[in-house]
Design a binder for this molecule. Sequence first.
Ligand SMILES: [Zn+2]
Length: 131
Amino acid sequence: MLSRNSSADPREAEVREALMAICINTAVWTAKGRVRDREERHARPNLKKELVRIVERVALSVDSVEEVHDVKVRSYGGMYYVDMKIHVDPDLSVEEAHRVAERVEETVKKALGSGRVVEVLIHYEPTTPHN
Ligand SMILES: [Zn+2]
């Protein structure tokens, strides 16, 4: 895959080799993750629902969170991506609401295992009756 012709800059070859190693590592890592996803789905077919319930419960336990809805947990490569909406007191400042969202993010990561959560996307809305 690497040609060693005499005119090539040896450092360029080194860089190419390093990049190739990174690509291979990433491919192995992703393949392992897919196997992990499949094994998990097989062992625990209700895992997604369980995870959604956990996220709802721990998010609601955070102060100032009045409602939680549209929780989605996706897993890819053995890692979790969480998406959710929370309702907070409309009198909170944007900064306060943001801090609440950060606390929810930390709590969710802790509950699902910090090393396994890539992203927790939280949309916060003022509490108003809606459906
Ligand atoms: Zn809402």
